[in-house]
Design a protein around this ligand. Structure first.
Ligand SMILES: Cc1cc2nc3c(=O)[nH]c(=O)nc-3n(C[C@H](O)[C@H](O)[C@H](O)COP(=O)(O)OP(=O)(O)OC[C@H]3O[C@@H](n4cnc5c(N)ncnc54)[C@H](O)[C@@H]3O)c2cc1C
Length: 177
């Protein structure tokens, strides 16, 4: 699909300043993913119902999963994208399988987990989980990113033992908390 043919919409999904024509999904070129089209649909419906809404989630690095083996699951900005946006960022990398819970998914299976931290605000702006069945990791990262949860608060979000979510603990420790 050529960029020129996308329907430009505003943050309420209205086309070209129209007050009645909405365009959601791939056709507007904002985020070519099923779940983001559904998000835009909910947002457009809310706006049609008169609610004061503004789309943000399809502008800052939508959650995305590449269903390969190993899987690549990510949310928010990559390190390169964050730097392009002029954010003062630091990447923190740990082995995705470096937890007790990972034993149940194959000990020492390959893959790296990375968070991208905005050092000025001390919040996570991006996360990528590579490894065995990492797709379900990504929503925790989405919540941390959208909620702009400070790292010092995230330190108190204790992952249960022995789950693979302890990768968050490894990340916080590697960051220096
Ligand atoms: C190989 C592949 C894998 C993907 N995997 C994922 C995934 O794992 N997860 C994910 O979130 N997204 C995935 N996507 C992207 C996802 O499919 C799209 O983002 C999503 O389908 C967009 O939905 P849509 O309703 O906007 O458009 P579409 O699903 O493209 O629907 C548009 C519909 O309009 C019809 N149409 C077009 N022109 C006309 C016309 N003139 N008159 C009437 N009807 C017309 C088309 O036939 C089509 O049925 C994948 C895409 C591809 C190609």
């Amino acid at each position: 699909m050529e960029v020129e043919r996308w329907l430009e919409v505003d943050d309420q999904m209205r086309v070209g300043g129209s007050d009645w024509l909405y365009a959601i999904g791939d056709v507007n070129g904002r985020a070519l993913l099923t779940h983001m089209g559904k998000y835009q649909a909910r947002l457009a419906a809310d706006h049609i119902l008169g609610k004061d809404v503004t789309a943000t989630a399809d502008r800052r690095g939508s959650p995305r999963v590449t269903f390969t083996d190993p899987e690549v699951a990510a949310a928010g900005l990559t390190l390169a994208a964050a730097r392009e946006d002029g954010i003062n960022v630091r990447a923190v990398d740990v082995e995705t399988s470096a937890t007790a819970g990972a034993s149940f998914h194959g000990r020492n299976t390959p893959g790296t987990t990375r968070i991208v931290v905005d050092e000025d605000r001390r919040v996570i702006v991006g996360a990528t989980f590579v490894g065995s069945e990492t797709a379900e990791f990504v929503h925790a990262a989405t919540i941390a990113i959208v909620g702009e949860v400070p790292l010092d608060e995230l330190w108190h979000a204790v992952p249960a033992f022995p789950t693979r979510s302890e990768v968050w603990l490894k990340l916080m420790e590697a960051y220096g908390l």
